[in-house]
Design a binder for this molecule. Structure first.
Ligand code: CDP
Length: 793
């Protein structure tokens, strides 16, 4: 049963045997500089590609003169949108069934948009030639503020779409509007608050890039690229470029962080493919930091109005929200097709409500396309931020402690599986112990006493709480697909004659430690030590089809696939063992990698013995083929719903308005824990992300549409200096439908930490009557809030 499995894994936490906190198998490679990233790929005769980008946010292209660039030393080709259009390749589909220009033909629609590319002998020659391309722009008014995108006089950005006369992108709603209105009408207390989740960028350490190598003799395209979803990308290249799918190999080698940024197909990848076909040579494209920040998938950019209805004694009845979503110039949102707003529907949070309703309008603006899920499963970060902020606003209105208010309204353990008022079925949860553990670790009551004493002395200390429920592990495939590809994962396991094994995954690690944890999952099931199990991923020619790694789906989907494929191999091994021991299958017991005869434990064979027999001489039982391997495709029956309780303590300098995160307690529940050390690493990283978003990060634009976050001097990301020593804890509520009870965890901390930090800052500013201030809470914003003049971003 699931619970027995949990115990095994728990033992591993404690004991030196077992593989709980096993060190990462990939680290010797990374620590010794032996990682192999796309930019490390060097092929004979390889050319280099550089992209000319628009300096303006909105303009008609009057003409492009490439003659000087073509004559520049070392240049092999200069390609414009018009040339791509002749091949039908100037536009490509986005992950949201919109289209995006590969190279602009008619207009440029955001600053940094791809206009032309140069292929040259080296990257310097390519960049030099870019300077020689002469583009004449007829500059148009840009739409920078989503609030003004639907004004009748706003310039129409997407006039490429037939009949388009405004900047409307889509409308979406969820929940029951009338039922929610009725609950609001009879509530004692209603609180509403405008809340902005600003545009931020995943900013992975490694930028995006590709090496394309089209072999005209074989007719085969090899593409090394920074992709979180190699198989899905291969299928899309086949559909768009018309190259047969079996003649495309997408290789995603070591990836230096993805965080959602490497889910979409970017124009640069397509340009590299075209360039290799045109020149007959391998072509490398690697973007620089500014290109990554201005042109690749952003995240968030939701302008929200939250409303919450409750009884006077603090029973939360309903939540309602209205969202204006800024999708940039092309809708490049990465989310399952049926979910244009991702999984934002979980804005009902961890509370047992009577009603909920959300109405959303999405618009086009002259900003980079995207809407990628930066370390969250499809807009859950925005949803959790909304609910956890508005619950704090309610606590303020009621004069109630925010921890007490949450504890009073949690979905109770016996209510699981719990169907929310927006239709999500939370698989399992036990919220109160998680909350109580966080409060105990933080010393919550003592912190409140300390705060009262400090307030009396005029010091600004704040305590912020956030409690989240995440929904991770997309599919099931019947509900979830990306451009028609169902969200399920394949997995293959082969045990070699000497008992060493290789497991091939469809997901792709970007630093999460899959080479370790997937070996651990398989080891747990078939008793081969993890060191003897190689994990292969990120190469479409050598792994089974699946939808890739994002939305913390690897453990919920591929982790389940790995456990089940290992069980399938073990079932076959059991039959072979029964033949070797000359007993029936029912007379065998499985323990620690060996089959033993019941009642006669001295008679046994190890999994390694079985592997040799499976491939070796001698008879196998009737009907059993040789070899010891299996393949499966796992289609999850539901998402998994991890949860967590976060408590943040901040100090605000009353003289400079500088916020210091003094303490942060994070208690996460991701069900069965495979590798506690890796989980801690994931949580530390996500909490650091949260400090960045809450206090520092924003992709802002000036009124002309210039991106103001185009370098890491302007787009501030957190370092070790800005973060405290994280205090982590855990509870374990297994997922009932996952074969080992595991839920995802990769993104939990990014989702849960921003509201905890903002709630803490707002709490610190209570003496000034502040109820809300928008992220990022930079000193100037905090200063404005203290002076009763909060500014929305
Ligand atoms: O899809 P992604 O790998 O980004 O997220 P994940 O499935 O949450 O896994 C992140 C890392 O944490 C992987 O190495 C997992 O195996 C590990 N993990 C774990 O050890 N135990 C869990 N219950 C969940 C994840």
């Amino acid at each position: 049963s699931v619970h027995e499995r949990v115990d095994t894994f728990h033992d591993n936490d404690q004991k030196p045997v077992g593989h709980g906190r096993m060190l990462r198998k990939e680290d010797p490679r990374f620590l010794r500089g032996r990682g192999r990233y796309v930019d490390d790929i060097q092929l004979p005769g390889m050319l280099h590609l550089a992209i000319l980008r628009s300096p303006v946010a909105h303009a008609r292209i009057v003409g492009i003169d490439t003659s000087a660039a073509e004559a520049s030393p070392g240049v092999a080709a200069v390609v414009t949108g018009a040339m791509l259009a002749e091949q039908g390749l100037a536009w490509m589909p986005t992950l949201s069934n919109d289209v995006q220009a590969v190279l602009a033909t008619d207009k440029v629609r955001f600053q940094g948009q791809e206009v032309a590319f140069v292929v040259a002998e080296n990257r310097y020659a390519a960049r030099d030639a870019l300077e020689l391309i002469d583009v004449e722009y007829d500059v148009l008014d840009p739409v920078v503020d989503a609030r003004r995108a639907l004004a009748p006089d706003a310039p129409v950005i997407r006039d490429d779409l037939e009949g388009k006369t405004n900047n409307h992108c889509f409308d979406w709603e969820t929940g029951d509007e009338a039922a929610t209105a009725a609950v609001f009408a009879r509530a004692d207390v209603v609180v509403s608050q405008d809340i902005v989740y600003p545009r931020v960028h995943p900013a992975p350490m490694e930028t995006c890039g590709a090496v394309a190598d089209f072999d005209p003799v074989e007719g085969k395209l090899r593409l090394w690229s920074t992709t979180q979803a190699p198989h899905a990308h291969r299928t899309l290249y086949a559909l768009v470029a018309g190259i047969p799918e079996h003649k495309i190999q997408v290789i995603s080698p070591d990836i230096g962080g993805g965080f959602g940024n490497k889910v979409p197909i970017y124009p640069g990848y397509v340009c590299a493919i075209v360039a290799s076909i045109v020149t007959g040579k391998p072509v490398k494209w690697m973007e620089d930091r500014s290109e990554n920040l201005v042109s690749t998938g952003f995240a968030r950019d939701y302008i929200m109005r939250g409303e919450i209805a409750a009884t006077r004694d603090g029973r939360i009845l309903a939540i309602r929200t209205n969202v204006l979503a800024d999708h940039g110039a092309f809708n490049g949102t990465a989310a399952p097709v049926k979910y244009p707003a991702g999984f934002f529907g979980v804005f009902t949070g961890s509370y047992d409500l009577e009603a909920a309703y959300c109405k959303m309008t999405a618009v086009y603006t002259n900003k980079a396309p995207g809407g990628v899920a930066y370390a969250c499963s499809f807009r859950i970060t925005e949803a959790v931020y909304l609910v956890e902020r508005i619950v704090d606003c309610l606590a303020d209105e009621l004069g109630m402690d925010p921890a007490e208010l949450r504890l009073k309204n949690f979905i109770r353990p016996e209510q699981f599986p719990y169907t929310t008022k927006t239709g999500w079925v939370y698989d399992s949860g036990n919220y109160e112990p998680t909350m109580r553990l966080a409060m105990q670790m933080a010393g919550y009551d003592e912190l409140r006493r300390e705060q009262a004493a400090k307030r009396a002395r005029g010091e600004l200390m704040g305590i912020g709480i956030a409690f989240f429920t995440e929904a991770v592990g997309a599919g099931p495939r019947k509900d979830m697909d990306i451009l028609g590809l169902g969200m399920a994962d394949g997995c293959e396991l082969r045990v070699h004659p000497t008992g060493k094994a290789v497991v091939r995954l469809s997901v792709q690690s970007q630093g999460q430690g899959h080479e370790t944890t997937f070996a651990q999952i398989v080891a747990e099931e078939i008793g081969i030590p993890p060191a003897d199990i190689d994990v292969v991923h990120g190469d479409t020619d050598n792994t089974p089809f699946g939808l890739g790694t994002y939305g913390s789906r690897s453990t919920p989907v591929s982790g389940a696939a790995a456990a089940l494929v290992a069980r399938k191999v073990r079932d076959k091994a059991r039959i072979i063992a029964s033949g070797m021991l000359e007993v029936s299958v029912a007379d065998l017991e499985w323990e620690k990698g060996a089959f033993r005869v019941k009642g006669d434990p001295g008679r046994s064979v190890t999994i390694q013995d079985v592997a040799m027999r499976a491939h070796g001489a001698g008879d196998l039982p009737e009907g059993v083929e040789g070899g010891l391997e299996a393949q499966i495709c796992y289609n999850p029956s539901n998402l998994t719903y991890p949860h967590g309780a976060y408590i943040c303590v901040v100090d605000v300098d009353p003289g400079t308005a500088q916020v210091t995160v003094r303490r942060f307690v994070a208690v996460d529940d991701c069900g069965t824990r495979i590798n506690p050390m890796i989980i801690e690493g994931q949580v530390h990283g996500g909490l650091t992300d949260g400090v960045g978003m809450a206090l520092m990060e924003m992709i802002a634009f000036d009124e002309d549409g210039n991106c103001l976050g185009a370098s890491l001097m302007d787009y501030l990301i957190p370092t070790a200096l800005e973060v405290p020593d994280w205090e982590t804890g855990f509870t374990v509520t297994p997922s009932p439908h996952h074969p080992i009870g595991a839920k995802g965890v990769g993104e939990s901390a990014t989702v849960g930490s921003p509201p905890a930090i903002v709630n803490a800052v707002v709490d610190a500013l209570k003496p000034f009557g502040v109820r809300h201030a928008d992220m990022p809470l930079t000193p100037s914003r905090v200063w404005d809030a203290m002076r009763g003049n909060p500014r929305p971003p």
